[in-house]
Design a protein around this ligand. Structure first.
Ligand code: F3S
Length: 62
């Protein structure tokens, strides 16, 4: 699984970080940072949760 983000749409809800802190963080402005666009197999379920939980639909999985 690969992830991309549209950071301009991020409103800083932080649900992605709660779902998977290994893959997401917030920058100093409270916008999402993608720590790795390649998702290890053992994190795929958490990455899916992050995608599903973002109300702004910032995170796209492929
Ligand atoms: Fe931003 Fe969505 Fe995460 S709004 S901080 S990408 S939950």
């Amino acid at each position: 699984m690969r992830l991309t983000i549209d950071a301009e749409k991020c409103q800083g809800h932080g649900r992605c970080v709660l779902a998977c802190p290994e893959l997401f963080d917030l920058d100093d402005d409270g916008k999402v940072l993608l720590l790795s666009d390649e998702v290890p197999e053992d994190l795929e379920e958490f990455a899916r949760r992050a995608v599903a939980n973002c109300p702004e639909r910032v995170i796209i999985a492929s």
